[in-house]
Design a binder for this molecule. Structure first.
Ligand code: GLU
Length: 286
């Protein structure tokens, strides 16, 4: 991959991660994201961790953590250090919310789906109403769009906030009391936890939001690189929610070759037969 900034000696050693939500088994799309972040970390002699984003119990699928772990292992994507679970980090998210609130960036929002704007933002000016905490509400963070700086994506180049069309507010704690993905990812992905985030291009807008939260929380953002999504025949992004088929874990070599092809990588020679040989070639050519 054509990646500009390489780890320099005076900066932190590379720390990357794959962070699936436990909503189902791995499919070709999530394998591709996992593989990209793994190859990036390994080719830069970095640490690569597995983090399970289990902050949304209603969407969790029974057995999926084990299915994800064993699929990664059968594809040779072996992580370093113990597995992380976002459900262990509630205190950190609560602290972040307190900080945002003290700085005046949060507001209670009572909008239900029918009140929201087409962009999904608060439709009733809840920020100006001092909503009582007794009412069912979500917490939203305000976005000062003039202050969004954009960022240099390692694979896609400069990403301006204007292009991503980031909205003027978004949810950080849901009405049902669960922490929003944007908040949890912003806190957990910041340095020193991670230095490099490599993930699917569907998360580009999320990256602007997460960088905004990191900025408000005075956290140091990692560098970001987004890789192309895998689509099905109908042109839909493969995802667990839309029932993407699980990987055939009995054909890891074929799956890895398909993902490498999708990532536009040099095809490993036919002499590379095992998972380890394919990965070795892929790391050397990333
Ligand atoms: N856990 C989320 C997902 O599976 C986010 C992944 C990420 O931030 O890399 O889509």
């Amino acid at each position: 991959m054509n990646n500009n900034p390489v780890v320099e000696e005076d900066v932190q050693p590379y720390r990357g991660r794959f962070a699936p939500s436990p909503t189902g088994p791995l499919h070709a799309g999530s394998l591709t994201s996992a593989l990209a972040s793994f190859l990036d970390a390994r080719s830069l002699k970095g640490i690569w961790r597995l983090r399970i984003d289990d902050i949304d119990p209603p969407r969790a699928a029974k057995g999926s953590v084990e299915a994800i772990r064993s699929a990664l292992i059968s594809h040779g994507l072996i992580w370093d250090e113990p597995v992380l679970y976002q459900s262990w980090a509630s205190e950190c998210y609560e602290r972040a919310l307190r900080q945002l609130s003290e700085k005046g960036w949060l507001f209670r929002c009572i909008c239900t789906r029918t009140h929201l704007t087409a962009r999904g933002t608060c439709g009733q000016a809840c920020a100006d109403q001092n909503i009582s905490s007794d009412l069912p509400h979500s917490l939203r963070v305000k976005v000062d769009r003039r202050r969004l700086t954009g960022f240099e994506d390692r694979f896609l180049g400069m990403q301006t906030a204007a292009r991503a069309d980031v909205s003027e507010d978004f949810i950080v704690k849901r009405r049902d009391g669960l922490y929003a993905y944007q908040l949890a990812a912003a806190v957990d992905d910041a340095q020193p936890h991670f230095t490099h985030i490599v993930r699917g291009a569907d998360l580009l807008t999320s990256t602007h939001r997460q960088r905004w939260l990191q900025d408000l929380l005075a956290l140091v953002s990692p560098s970001y690189g987004h890789v192309p999504l895998v689509f099905d025949r109908q042109g839909h992004k493969l995802s667990k929610q839309t029932g993407a088929p699980a990987l055939n874990v009995h054909a890891p070599e074929d799956n890895l070759r398909a993902s490498l092809n999708h990532l536009d990588q040099v095809t490993p020679p036919t002499t590379a037969r095992t998972v380890a040989e394919i990965l070795e070639h892929a790391i050397a050519h990333w």
